[in-house]
Write a protein that binds this ligand. Structure first.
Ligand SMILES: C=C(O[C@@H]1C=C(C(=O)O)C=C[C@H]1O)C(=O)O
Ligand SMILES: [Mg+2]
Length: 464
């Protein structure tokens, strides 16, 4: 057996591997002096390309970068939330966790998400992503309160696992040191295919007609896809950097699957759970940013008092309030929305806070809330039916829950909008909008163009 160098957890590790039967997770957390999660992600490319994850919350409070996969959790369409949870429980039950820090998002974490609609047949471009897709990284950096923590996860089969410990420690040291990367040639955008916008506007009108003809159906969210074609392989690391630096007020996420990378900068939280506290967000209703401070303030004021946008927003509040009340002891919802401003757009925003049981899993909230009427419609099932009829694409993970869950089932999921999928020399960008009786197809098309801007800029195809 190879000797494990003088690491403080060597003894615990040897005891552990002498004691196991079959494969089990050994996980430990250390504080490191310096580091930067996005550098950590980039430095991990050499060994872990195709298995990396990045998630920055919109408060800039916590950033997590994960490299590699010691375990993937996938699930078919029916009962996928409960199935992922029971696979996670089984994995955690057989784990040995050494975490002296009481910091959410350190120790074993599962990264990933649930596709928007598993009933939809899968689009070719999403072939690398299973409908429910999580992975547990081998190495992970968590930044919280300006401090850096590194988690190491290894799945050990038997006593011969010792060399694994050394190998991962070596990689960890290399990745934490200042690695130089050869500069990559930037792929040039050759063509931007907006899709058939006339047909898309017709589908918006069709949704308006369906809503008007059906007293029960209130809102349907329709989306479109824009395809960007480059002269070479797109560097998703560069796109992620641009999002990270250019969108400080958004969740910034990236999720690789082999040669594909899904990433974005979303203003919308689906759910965040910390012990008993559950936060969620009603975000719907949109307007442009102004060219001057005064114009910006006027647009915000108009948005706050605009009937069409207030109705569009209110459907989200109604559903989220009701679902949160079914799961929480108490729920606080402000009486009226405020305006949230991000770089390219302003939204109506109502933050919701609930009090639940500490042991409740975040996945229960994900399951109950997804899709909210901000991305599906109202009522949910009926709106999904209309989307399946009218939308010609597979949303994949666009508009879906993407995030992380730790071993105590706390975590955070964003709604993966303002996002795109990069597959080699192509990028697929997505944007949608809430259709209500007063929707005008032309205005809704403009709204989707506004929502495409952050990703267009990040892939090098937008004007600044
Ligand atoms: C559908 C998207 O955004 C959603 C729709 C909004 C709207 O229609 O006003 C606003 C925020 C998001 O909840 C998107 O960005 O693609
Ligand atoms: Mg809208």
């Amino acid at each position: 057996m190879a000797m494990i160098k003088g690491h403080p957890l060597k003894g615990a590790f040897v005891d552990f591997i002498n004691d196991i039967n079959g494969s089990t997770l050994f996980s430990y957390v250390e504080k490191v002096e310096k580091g930067d999660p996005i550098r950590f992600y980039e430095n991990g490319k050499e060994w872990y390309k195709g298995e990396r994850f990045y998630f920055k919350d919109r408060d800039g409070d916590r950033v997590i970068a994960g490299l590699g996969s010691v375990r993937t959790i996938q699930s078919a369409s029916s009962g996928r939330f409960a199935d992922v949870e029971s696979q996670w429980d089984a994995f955690m039950d057989r784990s040995s966790i050494h975490n002296p820090y009481d910091i959410y998002g350190t120790g074993p974490v599962a990264f990933g998400g649930f596709s928007f609609d598993p009933m939809r047949s899968q689009g070719e471009e999403w072939s690398r992503f299973a409908p429910s897709f999580f992975y547990v990284p081998e190495l992970m950096m968590t930044m919280y309160g300006g401090e850096m923590y590194v988690t190491v996860n290894m799945v050990c089969e038997d006593v011969d696992s010792s060399p694994l410990f050394d190998r991962i420690e070596e990689r960890k040291h290399a990745i934490l040191s200042d690695m130089k990367h050869p500069s990559e040639k930037e792929a040039v955008l050759m063509e931007l295919r907006a899709g058939n916008t006339a047909a898309w506007k017709k589908s918006v009108q069709a949704a308006v007609d369906k809503i008007k003809a059906d007293a029960e159906l209130k809102k349907v969210v329709l989306a479109r896809k824009v395809t960007a074609v480059f002269d070479g392989t797109v560097s998703s690391d560069r796109v992620l950097r641009r999002l990270d630096e250019g969108q400080p007020d958004s969740f910034v996420f990236s999720m690789e699957a082999m040669d594909s990378c899904f990433l974005g900068a979303s203003p919308e939280r689906l759910v965040k759970k910390r012990s008993q506290t559950v936060l969620t967000t009603c975000l719907a209703g949109s307007t442009a940013r102004g060219a001057t401070e005064q114009e910006d303030a006027e647009l915000a004021e108009e948005l706050l008092h605009d009937d069409k946008n207030r109705i569009e927003h209110d459907y989200v509040v109604q559903m989220i309030r009701q679902e949160m009340q079914s799961m929480c002891r108490s729920v606080t919802v402000p009486d009226a929305p405020v305006v949230m401003k991000v770089r390219d757009i302003q939204h109506l925003y109502t933050p919701v806070v609930g009090e639940a049981n500490e042991e409740d899993s975040i996945l229960r909230f994900v399951e109950t809330l997804h899709p909210t009427p901000a991305l599906g419609g109202l009522p949910g099932e009926k709106a999904l039916g209309v989307i399946r009829d009218l939308e010609e694409m597979d949303r994949g993970f666009y508009a879906a829950p993407v995030g992380w869950m730790d071993y105590r089932k706390n975590g955070e999921f964003a709604v993966a909008i303002r996002s795109g999928l990069i597959v080699q020399n192509e990028a697929f960008l997505y944007a949608g909008c809430g259709v209500v009786p007063d929707s005008n197809p032309e205005t809704e098309l403009d709204e989707t163009n506004m929502k495409l801007r952050p990703m267009l800029r990040a892939i090098g195809g937008g004007n600044e």
